[in-house]
Design a protein around this ligand. Structure first.
Ligand SMILES: NC(=O)c1ccc[n+]([C@@H]2O[C@H](COP(=O)([O-])OP(=O)(O)OC[C@H]3O[C@@H](n4cnc5c(N)ncnc54)[C@H](O)[C@@H]3O)[C@@H](O)[C@H]2O)c1
Length: 161
């Protein structure tokens, strides 16, 4: 079955990265208006230019930045129908006993707090509209665990896979 998604508005976190950019390009081909979030403003601008979307550089681990980003998107397009949580970071594999506090906390902040910040910011808009779709991109590491990736595996719960 094929849905008519023309004119719907989507926010994609980490859309300057490989999966997020692919989603943004596919959405744009389907006529979906895309809000292109990334921590890296240059990447956000590049993908926004390629998809005729709106660049929304922001750090999703920061609640205030996420709320300002969602407000900017809704002020611009008047609605928000789809959220795709795709922000991520490269995993450097090493044994758990070598994992630093900083890496543990930053990984959980990105995948758990970042996703939570985005969900919390978009839900009032979607509830007001009585409409909304959310996709949390996860990983097989959240289901089975991946060797050398303790923080990443912990931050990718099976329920969101
Ligand atoms: N690529 C794979 O094979 C694969 C497999 C399983 C799961 N995943 C998951 O898919 C998602 C995307 O993977 P990818 O390969 O596109 O990664 P990627 O590294 O290519 O892209 C991730 C993007 O997120 C951005 N980002 C990082 N921190 C951010 C922050 N705080 N705020 C906003 N943006 C931020 C980065 O700048 C980057 O552009 C990740 O969540 C990853 O865990 C990827």
């Amino acid at each position: 079955m094929r849905y008519d998604l023309q004119g719907q508005v989507a926010l994609i976190s980490g859309a300057g990265g490989s999966l997020g950019e692919a989603v943004a390009r596919l959405f744009a081909e389907e006529g979906i208006i895309v809000g292109i979030n990334d921590l890296d403003p240059t990447a956000a601008e590049r993908v926004a230019a390629a998809t005729q979307g709106l660049a929304l550089p922001a750090d999703i681990t920061q609640r205030a930045e996420v709320e300002a980003m969602v407000k900017a998107l809704v002020d611009h397009f008047g609605r928000l129908d789809i959220l795709v949580n795709s922000a991520g970071a490269k995993v450097t594999p090493h044994p758990l006993q070598m994992l630093s506090d900083e890496e543990w906390h930053s990984t959980l902040a990105l995948y758990l707090t970042g996703t939570f910040n985005c969900l919390r910011a978009v839900l009032p808009v979607m509830l007001r509209q009585h409409r909304g779709r959310i996709v949390n991109i996860a990983s097989i590491c959240g289901l089975a665990g991946c060797a050398g990736a303790a923080a990443y595996s912990a931050a990718r719960p099976a329920s969101s896979a």
